[in-house]
Every structure is written in C-alpha cells, then in structure tokens.
Design a protein around this ligand. Sequence first.
Ligand code: 2BA
Length: 109
Amino acid sequence: MKLIIAVVQDQDVNKLLSALMEKGYGATKLASTGGFLRQGNTTLLIGTKDNEAHEVTAIIKEVCHTRKQLVSPMATVERTVSSYIPSPVEVEVGGATIFVVQVESFEKI
Ligand code: 2BA
C-alpha cells in the first residue's frame, strides 16, 4: 500500500476531491500553510493500493494548475532595515507537490 501526500493550492481542492471520489479513492483534507509564502494551501492524504498510486498522481497532475504569484521578499525574511522596501518578485506555485510513501501497515479499527 502507498500513502500519497499531496500539497495542492486551495483553488484546486474541490475539483480534485470530486475527481478522486468519482474514481473511488478515499482522501483526508488537511489545512496547511506553505513555509515560503506563509499562505494557506491544502494537504491531502490519499491511501491507495500499490498499483493505483500511478492513477492518483495522474489525476492530481490533470486537475492541479500552475499559477504565478507575487510575493514581497520582506514577507519571507526577518525585517532588518526598515527603510528598504524591495519590489515584489513572481514565483510559480504548483500544480502540486507530491510525496509517495510506502506504507508499512494499514488498519481500520
Ligand atoms: P510554499 O513553501 O509557500 O512555496 C510556494 C512557492 O514558492 C513554491 O511553489 C516555489 O515556487 C516557491 N518557493 C518555495 N521556496 C522557495 C525558495 N526558497 N526560494 C524561491 N522560491 C521558493 P511549489 O514548489 O509549487 O510549492 C508549493 C507548496 O508545496 C509550498 O508552499 C509548500 O507548502 C509545499 N512544498 C514544496 N516543497 C516542499 C517540500 N520539499 N517539503 C514539504 N512541502 C513542500
């Protein structure tokens, strides 16, 4: 069995959960925050059979979009020089950050 941990953008979550449920995959949705942007995103935990992990990652790739976001560099570092205000920089976020982990044991009690 595999556990797929997928960090996705909030805008893609409802469509992704619908696509997963339609194919019979279970998922748990956790509210999370990106360490770099310090903005909300969503982490999904999806348990699958070994031979289904590929289909799940394919669904995530299909549904989750890349988006550009402006970020102020001062939002990600400690402010040291208050008079210096740098311009925002553009970062590309997503489609999704996906970890696939081998599950040692799985029980529903
Ligand atoms: P954030 O950490 O808020 O990162 C948002 C986006 O900012 C990243 O998009 C990336 O394009 C950019 N970014 C992140 N760290 C950067 C840095 N040190 N310098 C310049 N740009 C940087 P994604 O790569 O698509 O990541 C989206 C979200 O996925 C992340 O939100 C974080 O919540 C999660 N994530 C990404 N890599 C991860 C990892 N290795 N472990 C755990 N979570 C991760």
